[in-house]
Design a protein around this ligand. Structure first.
Ligand SMILES: *Cc1c(COP(=O)(O)O)cnc(C)c1O
Length: 386
C-alpha cells in the first residue's frame, strides 16, 4: 500500500461526514440501537462495531486502520499510553506459571512490568542479552510463552536479529512482541520479519508534537481480537477521540518530520563525533557499532535519538554540560519537534553514581526539527565548559 494512500485516504469515509476533508472528532461515550436485535448483536460481539467508546469509536477506527496499514499488519488497537499498549497485550498473552524471555534494558516501565507486576501473578521473566540470539534460545523453557524484544532500545541502542528470533519462536509456538518506538513503521517493519505483535509509544514520533500520550499495538486480527475482548476492555486504558484526532493530524506529516529529524541528527552526530571533548556517540548506524550490519539490514534509518559520552565522565562535568544548554531542553520523552537531553545520571542518586560505569555516564540526546546549526551552537557552548 502506498504510504500517501495510507496517510491521506485510508479509513476516511468522507461521504459519511459532509465530505469534510478532516475527519470529525466523534466525542461520544455511547452509541444507540434501533432494535433489541441490533443491540443484542452489538453486545454479543463488541469487536464488530461501535457500542461504547471504551471499546471502539469512529474516530479511533480511522486511526486503527492507518496504524495497522503502516505496520503491514491486519489490525491494530490504540491505547491511552504506550505502556498500556505493552502491558495490556502482555497480560493477555500470559497466565500463572508461564515464563517470558525479555531483552536486557528495555524501556524503564517495561522492566517494572516484568520484574514487579507479573511476578504477583506467578509469571517469571528471564532477562538476556538480546544481541546474542543463542542467549535467547538458551533461556527458553517449556513454559516460555513470550519473547519480548526492543530493537533498538532507546538508551544504548542494542539491536536483535528479528528474523532469526521470530523463526526460532515460531518453531516452538512462542509469541514474539517488539517495542518498535525507536524506528516507527517508516524505518523498521518487524511484521515482515515474522514478529507477531508490534507495540509503539505513539507519544513519540507518531504524535510528534509533545502534546499527546498514546500507544498502539498491531498484529494478526485473531490475536488483536483476543486482546480486545478481555484485557483491553477490562483494563480500560483506551484512547480519547480527541487524542485519536490529534494523532491523525500528526500522521499526515510523519514522513517529512522523520526525514528532517534524521537529517538534522546526522549533522549533529557528525559534529559531535569529531569534537575533542566527546569520547563517543552511541547510535545504531555509527561506524564503530559492532551490530552495524544487522542494524542496516533491519532498519532504513535511525531518526533523532542517540547517546553520547563526554571525555570527562565526572558527575560535575556531565551536570555542567547539561545545565549549560540553552535551547536543548532537559526533559523525558522524545519524538517531538523540540530537541531534548536526558543524562542517565539524573535517574541515579549522587551516592550511587559511578563515573566508570558505562551506563551511568550516558547522555541521551534527541534532535528535533530545529535548524541543525542552532542545536550545534548550543552544544558547542556547553562543551566549552567541560
Ligand atoms: C516512551 C516509551 C514507552 C512508553 O510510552 P508512553 O507513551 O510514555 O506510555 C515505551 N517504550 C519506549 C521505547 C518509549 O520511549
Amino acid at each position: 500500500m502506498d504510504i500517501s494512500y495510507i496517510l491521506n485516504e485510508l479509513g476516511e469515509e468522507r461521504e459519511h461526514y459532509f465530505n469534510a476533508i478532516a475527519p470529525p472528532i466523534i466525542q461520544t461515550s455511547n452509541f444507540k440501537f434501533n432494535t433489541v436485535e441490533e443491540f443484542r448483536n452489538a453486545l454479543d460481539d463488541e469487536f464488530q462495531g461501535n457500542l461504547y467508546s471504551r471499546g471502539f469509536n469512529p474516530t479511533i477506527d480511522i486511526l486503527r486502520k492507518k496504524l495497522a496499514a503502516l505496520d503491514g499488519a491486519e489490525d491494530a488497537l490504540v491505547f491511552g499510553s504506550g505502556i498500556a499498549a505493552i502491558s495490556i497485550p502482555v497480560l493477555s498473552l500470559l497466565a500463572q506459571g508461564d515464563e517470558v524471555v525479555c531483552v536486557e534494558n528495555p524501556y524503564s516501565w517495561t522492566i517494572k512490568l516484568f520484574k514487579d507486576l507479573l511476578p504477583k501473578f506467578g509469571v517469571k521473566t528471564t532477562f538476556v542479552n538480546g544481541s546474542d540470539t543463542s542467549a535467547i534460545e538458551n533461556a527458553i523453557t517449556l513454559k516460555t510463552k513470550l519473547i519480548y524484544l526492543e530493537s533498538p532500545n532507546t538508551f544504548s541502542f542494542e539491536v536483535q536479529d528479528l528474523e532469526a528470533i521470530a523463526k526460532l519462536a515460531k518453531a516452538k509456538g512462542i509469541i514474539t512482541m517488539i517495542d518498535n518506538s525507536y524506528c516507527s513503521p517508516l524505518y523498521q517493519q518487524p511484521i515482515q520479519y515474522g514478529i507477531d505483535l508490534v507495540a509503539q509509544s505513539a507519544t513519540k514520533y507518531l504524535a510528534g508534537h509533545s502534546d499527546v500520550v498514546a500507544g498502539v499495538v498491531t498484529g494478526k486480527k485473531e490475536l488483536i481480537k483476543k486482546i480486545f475482548e478481555k484485557e483491553y476492555m477490562n483494563i480500560g486504558a483506551s484512547m480519547a477521540p480527541q487524542n485519536a484526532w490529534l494523532l491523525l493530524r500528526s500522521l499526515r506529516t510523519l514522513p517529512i518530520r522523520l526525514e528532517r529529524i534524521t537529517a538534522n541528527a546526522n549533522k549533529v552526530i557528525a559534529y559531535l563525533q569529531q569534537h575533542p571533548k566527546v569520547e563517543k556517540v552511541l547510535h545504531p548506524f555509527s561506524a564503530n557499532n559492532q551490530q552495524l550490519a544487522l542494524a542496516k539490514k533491519q532498519m532504513k534509518a535511525c531518526g533523532g535519538l542517540f547517546s553520547m559520552v563526554i571525555k570527562d565522565t565526572s558527575l560535575e562535568k556531565i551536570e555542567s554540560f547539561c545545565n549549560n544548554l540553552k535551547h536543548i531542553l532537559m526533559a523525558v520523552s522524545w519524538g517531538g519537534y523540540e530537541s531534548l537531553i536526558i543524562p542517565a545520571c539524573a535517574g541515579i542518586s549522587k551516592a550511587d553514581f559511578d563515573s566508570n560505569n558505562p551506563r551511568h555516564v550516558l547522555i541521551r540526546i534527541y534532535i528535533g526539527l530545529e535548524e541543525p546549526e542552532y542545536i550545534i551552537r548550543d552544544l558547542e557552548g556547553a562543551l566549552k565548559l567541560v
